[in-house]
Design a protein. Structure first.
Length: 125
């Protein structure tokens, strides 16, 4: 399912936007969580109490977001260590984002770059 902007409409503010959901067929070259490396990542993070989700178009890179899924989830640094044990390497460093999120690019084990955001309300520790 994908979000598509509705036709132009008069808004009270230029920053307001309205979206509607409609089914859009995924391109054949798109990546899914069925790919072996992503299954391995998902399972590794689940063992740490984290959930992994795909977002974005998957055309240029693989956008993933990781969030703690239970109260006793391991710290975010353990997530990074688990991902590196799956054969991926960080390049470009770790970038701090709004709301305590951190983002990083990973390469290896898949032809596309993985753009991962880690959201940990407890803070990046």
């Amino acid at each position: 399912m994908s979000l598509r902007r509705l036709p132009p409409k008069k808004y009270d503010s230029p920053y307001q936007r309205q979206y509607r959901c409609e089914h859009v067929e995924r391109p054949k070259e798109a990546t899914t969580l069925d790919e072996p490396v992503l299954v391995m990542l998902r399972d590794s993070l689940a063992e740490l109490g984290w959930s992994l989700a795909v977002h974005g178009s998957l055309k240029r890179d693989i956008d993933l977001i990781a969030v703690p899924w239970c109260d006793d989830a391991e710290p975010a640094l353990e997530v990074i260590n688990a991902i590196s044990r799956c054969g991926l390497v960080i390049f470009g460093g770790i970038e701090r984002k709004p709301h305590g999120r951190v983002a990083m690019l990973w390469s290896g084990a898949t032809p596309k770059v993985i753009d991962l955001s880690i959201v940990d309300p407890r803070g990046f520790r």
